[in-house]
Design a protein around this ligand. Structure first.
Ligand code: FES
Length: 358
């Protein structure tokens, strides 16, 4: 089965000076494969001067928008995001993997739930998808969004958020925190830090009422917010994270050999199952990741960031032991169940059996 599908660009709308919203249409035969869940992302592939780049961008459409859209913010020096902002045209075709990611909670139309969202910059894209879907499909639930940006002109989806406020009066509210612009209320100016979070909870948001909090933005901001949420009584299960695309460095960091790996240096017998077929090969225990080894052995293993951020390379260890160097994507319960980011794991045991199909 083809991992990438060609999708047609049917619309490109400039959202801010540095961001475009791209609407994509799958072929009729691929429609089901692109039936996304709110909060998921798409992985794109394109050649730049003979080098293949893969990048993931979150879907910003709601389940009921009837289309597939992603927001792409230009990242300083980012080849794909700059190309998408400057050269991509309506009618172009893009290689895209079906939607992935687990940045969502189950929809429960009968329940009365209170959601809290924190977005930084382009971290709004998956949260917008969640907001639109939750408001439409859980008619008794409410959503409060706290959205951090440098200034008004860099707020993505500003009009759409205002429209949502009007459509869902009393159920949706937005607090804009602007780093460099003075607002009427002091609390809404500056960066989100622990002190600001305390004041937000004291004056604007009742933490006890919150069922689930979604956070998407740069890592330092996410850690500050998550700490504060825990301090105000939320459990880890109530806090959902997604690092945003520009946090992805694009390649795995240089490896330092851990003590465990060094102690067991040598070769490992690896067995990898992908799309129903299994391949066996040998690899050095402390050299490359299992993903790189699988690719080197002609397997079309899925990946995007190769930096432990996106989870496109998620696989399950069936037998043996691996060491995962970076994990920004998997929840604790997934790791306990044996799931790994194959771009980040090196074998520790003499034999490792891994499956991408579980
Ligand atoms: Fe993104 Fe492994 S490819 S986490």
């Amino acid at each position: 089965m083809a991992r990438f599908h060609a999708l047609q660009v049917t619309d490109i709308r400039r959202d801010t000076r540095d961001a475009v919203v791209v609407t994509l249409k799958p072929e009729a035969a691929d429609k089901d494969a692109f039936d996304f869940i709110q909060g998921q992302y798409l992985t794109f592939r394109r050649d730049f001067d003979g080098e293949e780049l893969r990048r993931s961008y979150s879907i910003c459409a709601g389940k009921d928008d009837g289309c597939l859209k992603v927001g792409i913010k230009r990242v300083e020096g980012g080849a794909f995001s700059t190309w998408a902002n400057e050269e991509l045209k309506i009618g172009d075709r893009l290689d895209v993997m079906p939607p992935m990611g687990r940045f969502f909670t189950e929809l429960e139309p009968e329940k009365v739930k209170s959601y809290l969202g924190f977005a930084g910059g382009s971290g709004i894209t998956p949260i917008l998808s969640i907001i639109k879907t939750v408001l439409a499909r859980e008619p008794k639930s409410t959503f409060t969004l706290i959205y951090a940006n440098r200034q008004t002109s860099s707020i993505m989806f500003r009009e759409e958020l205002e429209d949502l406020k009007n459509t869902y009066l009393g159920r949706f509210s937005v607090i804009h925190i602007l780093e460099t612009e003075t607002q009427d209320i002091d609390l809404f100016t500056g960066r989100i830090d622990a002190e600001k979070m305390d004041l937000l909870f004291r004056l604007w948001v009742d933490a006890e009422e919150v069922d689930t909090a979604f956070i998407c933005g740069p890592e330092p901001m996410m850690l500050t917010i998550a700490d504060s949420l825990r301090k105000h009584g939320l459990s880890d299960e109530q806090i959902r994270f997604e690092l945003f695309a520009s946090s992805q460095p694009g390649r795995a960091k240089a490896r330092t050999m851990s003590q465990a790996a060094a102690a067991g240096a040598g070769t490992c017998e690896v067995s990898v199952t992908l799309d129903g077929s299994t391949r066996n090969f040998q690899m050095e225990k402390n050299s490359t990741s299992v993903l790189e080894a699988a690719i080197a052995n002609s397997m079309d293993a899925p990946f995007s960031c190769k930096a432990g951020v996106c989870s496109t390379c998620r696989a399950k260890v069936i037998e043996g032991e691996v060491e995962m160097e970076v994990n920004h994507a998997l929840e604790d319960y997934e790791v306990r169940a044996g799931y790994v980011l194959s771009c980040q794991c090196i074998p520790v045991s003499d034999k490792v059996v891994i499956s991408y199909d579980e």
